[in-house]
Design a protein around this ligand. Structure first.
Ligand SMILES: C[S@@+](CC[C@H](N)C(=O)[O-])C[C@H]1O[C@@H](n2cnc3c(N)ncnc32)[C@H](O)[C@@H]1O
Length: 219
């Protein structure tokens, strides 16, 4: 993971906008807007990459504090260059924070990359205050088999094109459809979250379930 994301880091912001046709920004804004954060919210931006969620939170709520956490130092260097002071290198499955430290944990396209989804959600739940939120945006496996194949095929072709163009290697971005193929659907993730100490779950699907945005409140 670290090796792959270190190589991608310099082009990451560009490729995220291009591959989502600009929709990523809208999804993230919606994620932050509907999070109902308290005024001086303490936020964790997990698998932060260059810190998109942190910046949106600080724009939306200037009194908030956001800590960006990522496994890849190259991503965190860019997050710091974008003005984020608190950027910590750590693994999502063993977070260096006390129980109930955060009002909200945002995870943008991180879930699929964690070695064990259940362990990561348990760890997110541990560092969240009771009544605090988890907001997760990710690619998911569409439930319709035919659409799923079309979607993954499209992402594969698009990834190969941009990988070859930007990095001289078509395989650079084909990890995206590969990771989705072995991932869960939006509905399956909703069930997992509810079974793990969260309720008041709200989930939105985009691109026929190819992208999901979840808001969930810790009991
Ligand atoms: C696709 S990027 C997402 C970046 C950003 N959150 C966004 O929304 O654009 C996934 C990030 O997850 C990080 N990552 C992968 N496995 C991780 C782990 N076990 N713990 C923490 N971060 C991880 C990678 O380093 C990478 O920066």
């Amino acid at each position: 993971m670290r090796e792959m994301f270190s190589a991608i880091a310099p082009k990451y912001d560009f490729i995220t906008r291009v591959i989502s046709y600009g929709m990523d920004r809208r999804w993230k804004r919606l994620g932050v807007k509907r999070a109902a954060l308290p005024e001086n919210a303490m936020v964790l931006d997990l698998a932060s990459g260059t810190g998109d969620f942190s910046r949106l939170v600080l724009e939306h709520l200037p009194g908030a504090r956001s800590v960006a956490v990522d496994l890849t130092e190259g991503m965190l260097r860019l997050a710091r260059a974008h003005g984020l002071n608190e950027a910590v290198c750590a693994d999502a499955t063993v977070l260096p924070f006390a129980d109930a430290s955060f009002d909200c944990v945002f995870i943008g396209y991180g879930l699929r990359n964690f070695p064990c989804l259940g362990t990561a959600v348990r760890e997110i739940e541990r560092v969240t205050k009771p009544g605090g939120m988890m907001v997760a945006l990710d690619f998911f496996l569409p439930r319709n088999k035919m659409f799923s194949e079309l979607y993954l095929g499209f992402l594969y072709a698009q990834g190969a094109f941009w990988g070859a163009l930007l990095h001289g290697s078509p395989r650079t971005y084909t990890y995206i459809p590969r990771s989705i193929r072995s991932f869960v659907s939006v509905a399956d993730f909703s069930v997992l979250v509810q079974n793990m100490g969260y309720d008041r779950l709200d989930a939105r699907e985009f691109i026929f379930g190819g992208i999901g945005l979840h808001w969930a409140v810790k009991r």
